[in-house]
Write a protein that binds this ligand. Structure first.
Ligand code: PLP
Length: 391
């Protein structure tokens, strides 16, 4: 945060979110940092050029004022030693894994992990000498039995599609005792709800595409690391030659400033819709850890206490009925990704993706509750149920 705004007290999270990464008087007083498009950075003389560190920026791939504004903002929100940016959320996942990978070892991954993360682990890791094993997300301290030759324990909370809440503290304690690197895909919670590094996790991974940017108009990813893992992450990112696009970074900074109030609304509307769904005969179960009936509720309360607008429900009907329900929606868009301002729905893929604990329940429909009026959102779902006739 700009030193001029420092009142000698630790700012609250919303103050941090509002001002982090900004340094207006470094740019003639303009509130926002410039959008710097750059490859070449010029040096005044050869000695400065060879001594590269004596000049703040040396090459566009590594750092620019735009990159720095976002990485500093995320460091302030996370309490991290450093943050790197990459072109997508999936690239954030794969970069974090590769930065910590040790050939010949195993990575433990939750069974309800984001689908493309699973695909990467199954299709791309074996040729690098790593193998992935999947664990029941509700395993808790029981993960100790799976720790042979494990160098990475991957976490996601709550997991994609079915939203089981893991016991993060228990899993992290076991992983640390075994000397494994821990990393979490924290896209659902954002650092406003859960700050992984404070809980001993080494990497916090984000699809900034979702709530950071918040407007369904770009792709970006970030990884924030603690002191222990920052040197390895920074080196890997630099050597790998990836960076997020300048315009995407700039727009993400813009989106970030309103993330707290957007999340509050997504949470409030999401809970209203979740409770309404609980009362519908067409719904056999709502998968949302903020509901007291959810098996993960106590863990959610301990670690999160707040939610975003993403959850799912199990339809009391067939897959055909789930499809006709989705086809009948008008306000909800049918589309991948989430975290933008608008409501979205997808049919969850549970059948072929699970191995540790196969899904035996009915079809899962995942909803992202947007910023529309809740009454309109509910009216759309009601119309969908009317067409489907599931019961
Ligand atoms: C969307 C998503 C990603 C990937 O983000 P992209 O920017 O679309 O690549 C990763 N993890 C989770 C949990 C996601 O929902």
């Amino acid at each position: 945060m700009d030193e001029r705004k420092d009142r000698g007290r630790t700012p609250g999270i919303d103050t941090t979110l509002t001002h982090a990464g900004l340094d207006p008087f470094a740019y003639h007083g303009f509130v926002n940092p410039p959008l710097v498009r750059a490859s070449t950075v010029l040096f005044p003389d050869v000695d400065t050029m060879l001594g590269r560190t004596s000049q703040r920026y040396s090459y566009g791939l590594t750092n620019t004022p735009t990159v720095e504004a976002l990485t500093k903002a995320l460091d302030a929100l996370e309490g991290s030693a450093g943050t790197v940016l990459v072109p997508s959320g999936l690239a954030a996942v794969t970069t974090a894994i590769l930065a910590a990978a040790r050939p010949g070892s195993r990575i433990l991954v939750p069974d309800n992990v984001y689908g493309p993360t699973r695909r990467f682990c199954d299709e791309s890791l074996p040729s690098l000498g790593m193998t992935a094993s999947y664990y029941d997300p509700t395993i808790g301290a029981g993960i100790a039995e799976l720790m042979q030759d494990v160098s990475i324990v991957f976490l996601e909370a709550p997991g994609s599609t079915t939203f089981e809440m893991p016991d993060l503290d228990a899993i992290v304690a076991v992983a640390k005792a075994a000397g494994a690197v821990t990393m979490i895909d924290n896209t659902w919670a954002t650092p406003l709800i859960y700050r992984p590094l404070e809980h001993g996790i080494d990497f916090a991974i984000y699809a900034g595409t979702k709530y950071f940017a918040g407007h369904s108009d770009l792709l970006i990813g970030s990884i924030s690391a603690n002191e222990r893992m920052w040197p390895a992450l920074q080196r890997f990112h630099k050597n790998f030659g990836i960076q997020a696009g300048t315009e995407e970074i700039w727009l993400t900074l813009r989106g970030l400033r309103t993330m707290s109030i957007r999340l509050e609304r997504h949470d409030r509307s999401g809970m209203e819709v979740a409770r309404w769904l609980q009362g519908r005969p067409e719904v056999s179960r709502v998968l949302h850890p903020a509901l007291p009936e959810d098996p993960g509720h106590e863990l959610w309360k301990r670690d999160f206490g707040r939610s975003c607008g993403l959850f799912a429900f199990v339809l009391n009907g067939s897959e055909e009925q789930a499809k006709s329900f989705l086809n009948a929606l008008r306000l909800f868009g049918l589309g991948y990704s989430w975290g933008g301002f608008e409501s979205l729905a997808v049919l969850g893929e549970t059948e072929h993706s699970r191995t540790a604990r196969p899904w035996t329940d009915g079809p899962v429909i995942r909803l992202h509750i947007g910023l529309e009026d809740v009454a309109d959102i509910i009216a759309d779902l009601e119309a969908g149920f009317a067409v489907t006739g599931a019961k």
